[in-house]
Write a protein that binds this ligand. Structure first.
Ligand code: MV4
Length: 471
């Protein structure tokens, strides 16, 4: 039974979970740092408790959070994304404490947290993986393997994530130089320096399938998202469905994703990531065992509430739909509205939001933690809000996103809004011609023409007039 849920996260995803709980008639407990005390998700939760000390430690303290859940009479914990999501020890500690972890079983998290093991699992069930190696024992053996595979190759950390430990090697000289760097980076970030090698796929699409699995062995997929538009391994824009896949490839990839999930007795929602090359060959690369930021676009094109589904599955309900019941309708686009300056290398900015007006109208959705008067703390990621739009056609979705970005007003801090407006006007984007190289290829042209916020101009002119009057 699940009646009361403690949310072990902050920001927009905490609010997203609260919304799902309210519709399911469940009580919510928010946890927060001092920096988050007055924030939106804390106000909207039924109960809130300060976890400290410091702005981060509270969100990461497994035993403190489980104790709090017990104290407050919560029977389940939702980890959101980041922090303790994908932490097998946390899932296990919840299981041991008799608290329902709203996510997959700890064994599945552990298996997929090891990317070398994940590759083996995929291979065993006949899903294509990128040609590559197991854990590399020495530089010389790596050089030997790379020669067989053929350059370029990519070094990856087995415990990896967020781009750390990743290196592209164009030749053996690169490999000998970059392997020690990748190892020490992985050791520092994950406490594990296991590195493996893969053939480097040039200009791939990053396409991921949303999986839903109940506790009784039923597994379906909710189609795919194209997350190719990234910068420094941070996703910026995601779309669903992919413009690249034909129906046959989509079905084959979906079936492959289901086979991998079944191989680890997966339960709850998850994502299977693939790279797709120019010839539409697909290769499994990794599985994410959590709810993802970009789940909103899948919700919009399927009409399925993924966060509610997570809670129902964790509470022991069987899936109420089959694969044939899943219909993809239209196109959805998500833009991550970040407090970053796109004219200055997307440098994160902090400060107070002095004005806020969010877009609306048909097919528009905002998942945010921002409002007029909100002060952006420096301790967390720079995501202010996710703007998701849906259209019946791709063209309609792009036009709608452009209209919404034009309508969106966030004053006081720089955001990525003007940059996204330029993307929505970019012929390549409109034609669906974008791979993971899109931002690197187009950044200069797109940023160069990013318009200045007229409010900034008003401020600059006012300051000039004031300075002039003083003299
Ligand atoms: C790759 C790849 C090309 N070839 N692996 C990076 C993070 C991880 N989630 C998937 N990643 C990639 N793995 C092979 N064998 C390309 C990416 C990749 C990427 C690489 C460089 C710059 C941007 C990228 C965006 C998405 C995926």
């Amino acid at each position: 039974m699940v009646n009361k849920i403690l949310i072990a996260n902050r920001g927009e995803i905490a609010l997203r979970i609260i919304r799902a709980c309210k519709e399911l008639g469940l009580t919510t407990v928010a946890i927060h740092s001092e920096a988050d005390a007055t924030t939106l998700y804390v106000k909207k939760a039924d109960e809130a408790c300060l976890v400290g000390p410091g702005p981060l430690a509270g969100y990461l303290n497994i035993y403190r959070i489980i104790d709090l859940a017990k104290q407050r009479g919560a029977d389940a914990i939702h980890p959101g994304y980041g922090f303790l999501a994908e932490n097998a020890d946390f899932a296990k500690a919840c299981e041991d404490a008799g608290i329902t972890f709203i996510g997959p079983n700890s064994n599945a998290i552990m298996a997929m947290g090891d990317k070398i093991r994940a590759r083996k699992i995929a291979k065993e069930v006949g899903v294509p993986i990128v040609p590559g190696t197991d854990s590399i024992p020495s530089v010389d053996s790596a050089a030997g393997a790379a020669k067989d595979i053929g350059y370029p190759v990519m070094l990856k950390a087995s415990a990896g994530g967020g781009g750390r430990g990743l290196r592209i090697c164009r030749d053996e000289k690169d490999l000998r130089r970059l392997l020690p760097i990748a190892m020490s980076e992985a050791k520092k970030a994950f406490g594990d320096d296991s590195i493996f090698l893969e053939k480097y796929i040039e200009e791939p699409h990053h396409i991921e399938f949303q999986i839903v699995a109940d506790r009784y062995g039923n597994v379906i997929h909710l189609g795919e998202r194209d997350c190719s538009i990234q910068r420094r391994h941070q996703k910026l824009i995601e779309i669903a469905p992919s413009l690249l896949l034909d129906e046959e490839t989509r079905n084959r990839m979906g079936e492959a994703a289901i086979r991998i999930s079944k191989a680890v007795n997966y339960d709850n929602v998850g994502t299977i990531e693939f790279l797709v090359d120019r010839q539409k060959n697909f290769y499994f690369i990794e599985m994410n065992t959590r709810i993802q930021v970009e789940h909103t676009i899948t919700e919009e094109v399927t009409g399925i509430d993924i966060v509610q589904t997570m809670i129902r599955i964790a509470a022991g309900e069987p899936l109420e739909i089959r694969q044939d019941d899943v219909k993809i309708n239209g196109y959805a686009i998500e833009c991550r509205i970040n407090a970053e300056d796109p004219m200055n290398s997307f440098l994160p900015v902090t400060g107070r939001v002095t004005g806020y007006y969010s877009p609306g109208g048909p097919g528009v959705r905002i998942d945010g933690n921002v409002y007029r008067g909100y002060t952006i703390p420096p301790y967390y990621d720079s995501l202010l809000a996710k703007l998701t739009v849906k259209g019946r056609t791709w063209q309609e979705a792009v036009k709608r996103m452009h209209r919404c970005l034009s309508e969106y007003v966030i004053r006081g801090v720089k955001t990525t809004i003007p940059f996204y407006k330029k993307v929505m006007e970019d012929e390549k984007f409109i034609k669906g011609e974008f791979s993971t190289s899109y931002i690197d290829e187009r950044l200069e042209q797109l940023s160069y023409i990013c318009e200045r916020d007229p409010a900034d101009l008003v401020l600059a002119i006012s300051a000039a007039i004031a300075a002039h009057s003083r003299t």
